[in-house]
Structure formats: C-alpha cells, structure tokens
Design a protein around this ligand. Structure first.
Ligand code: NAI
Length: 251
C-alpha cells in the first residue's frame, strides 16, 4: 500500500545521507519530491537522485537552496506551489555540526550551526504553513538528534540547536493542531552517514557501540522509515512528539 500517493513533499539537505534516503522512501510511497542541496559540488549527486526518484514514477525536482537563508526558503516554497500546486509534507533535514569544546569554539562556528540547524526550521516552517493552513492539512517533520536530548561534551552548539528544534516543534504543534497541521521531531541516535564517518571505526566506536542496546549503528533508511510514518496518515493522531530512533541509546 502506498502511503503518500499523489502528495507533494519537500525535503531539505537531501543530496546525500539521511535526506536522500528520506526523499527516496517518500517517493517509493507515491509522493512527488522537491528536495534541496546547498553547494555546487552536490549538483551532480542531486541530479542523479532526481533521476532515481523519477524512475519510481513520481515527479522530482532538485533545487539549490540554502535552508539558513530566509529568502531562499521563500522562493523554494513559492516555486514549489507554482509548479506542484500543494505542499503536504515538509521534512526539515538539513543540518551541520562544527564540534568543539566551548573553550575553543568561535562565535562564527556557533552562529553557523544555529543558522543551518535551527533558523532553517523557522525559515521553512514559516513558509509552508500558509499553503498547509489553506489545505487544512500538513505534516512537518524536524530532524533533531539524541544529542539535543542528552547533550554531549564538545557538541554544545549542535546540542543547543537540536534541543531548540524540539521546543519549536512542540510549540508549532500546539499553535497549528486546530488547523490539522501536525509537527513532530525525530531524534536519531548514531546513524552511519558522512556526518558521522569519522566516528565509525576504532576504539571510540567500539565503546560507543556498547552503550547502544541494539548493538549497532543505525542506517539512513531506518530514519527514512520513521519519517514516512510521521509524514503519512499512519500517524494522524500524533503531533508535538519526539520519535527517538536511536537503537535504545536513550533508555
Ligand atoms: P550529512 O552531512 O550527510 O547530510 C546533511 C545534508 O544537509 C547535506 O546534504 C548537506 O549538504 C545539507 N546541508 C548542509 N547545510 C545546508 C544548508 N544550509 N541548506 C541546505 N542543505 C544543507 O548528514 P546526515 O547524517 O545525513 O544528517 C541529516 C540530518 O540528521 C542532520 O540534520 C543531522 O543533524 C541529523 N542527525 C544525524 C545523525 C547521524 O548520526 N548521522 C544523528 C542525529 C541527527
């Protein structure tokens, strides 16, 4: 059964990693996909992903758009509405980490992480709620992190941005529930992607694995499954929640 037949979904930061897996998963379930990438060096990957999505029988569009810039998000949403006529699902996935102990962290590092991880969520949500309110339906999914719940030494900016996402998510769920717009967050644990590449081997990785009850790192496809659930009517009575997809790391 296709859970998103005929829907239109936007996924930010989807040229690779979790975002790419989400774009493919939603497309497999019948959604048309508009996804973003930020740097010219990702253009080729983005074009390849768009072809892969179209081969699934839905429309795909790759857009170069910086989620940290308000006007980029405004154009993205306006252009999507012009071309696709609706926005049913918005997955705010774009994110970066610039980890450093606070003693060494620069103001620029802090600001970059806040702009890409947190301001982006404001930028996109502010835009997509207009068409969703008109349609009296919509699902917004924000990519938080287990680090936003637990904190972690050396990751204060990342943790603060991801914790901020949770507060934002719950507030928007409360503001827009009466309009049938749902807003939920996902808190992935340790997922094997380029972002965590440097942590995936060696002694540190072995120690980390011991703390995960399921005994392994997660896969991008597993976060895509959680996203599909929150995007579709399978979660019609769920809003303002944080779905931890972390192999039990948060127990
Ligand atoms: P990744 O680094 O592979 O992918 C992030 C994507 O976001 C990249 O394609 C990048 O180009 C894009 N991006 C960066 N800045 C952007 C901007 N300003 N505008 C638009 N796109 C931008 O990382 P991954 O692992 O796929 O992460 C995806 C999301 O999941 C992020 O929000 C991350 O914080 C979150 N996450 C990842 C975890 C992991 O273990 N990999 C754990 C918890 C959360």
């Amino acid at each position: 059964m296709k859970l998103l037949a005929g829907k239109v979904s936007i996924v930010t930061g989807a040229a690779r990693g979790i975002g790419a897996a989400i774009a493919l998963k939603l497309a497999e379930h019948g959604s048309n996909i508009v996804f973003t990438y930020v740097s010219d060096s990702s253009a080729e990957k983005a074009a390849a992903l768009a072809s892969q999505i179209e081969a699934l029988g839905v429309k795909a569009k790759a857009v170069k758009s910086n989620a940290a810039i308000f006007t980029d998000c405004e154009s993205l949403v306006n252009d999507t509405l012009k071309e696709f006529g609706a926005i049913d699902v918005c997955v705010n996935n774009a994110g970066i980490s610039k980890d450093n102990l606070l003693l060494r962290m620069t103001e620029e590092q802090w600001d970059d992480v806040m702009d890409v991880n947190l301001k982006s969520i404001f930028n996109m949500t502010k835009q997509v709620i207009r068409p969703m309110m008109k349609a009296k339906a919509g699902s917004i999914i924000n990519m938080s992190s287990i680090i936003g719940i637990r904190g972690n030494a050396g990751q204060s900016s990342y943790a603060a941005s991801k914790a901020g996402i949770i507060g934002f998510t719950k507030s928007i769920a409360a503001e827009l529930g009466s309009r049938n717009i749902r807003c939920n967050a996902i808190a992935p644990g340790f997922i094997e992607t380029d972002m965590t590449h440097y942590l995936q081997d060696g002694e540190g990785a072995a120690q980390f694995l011991q703390k995960i009850p399921l005994g392994r790192f997660g896969k991008a496809e597993e976060i895509a499954d959680a996203t599909l659930f929150l995007a579709s009517n399978m979660s019609a009575y769920i809003t303002g929640q944080v779905l931890s997809a972390c192999g039990g790391l948060n127990i």
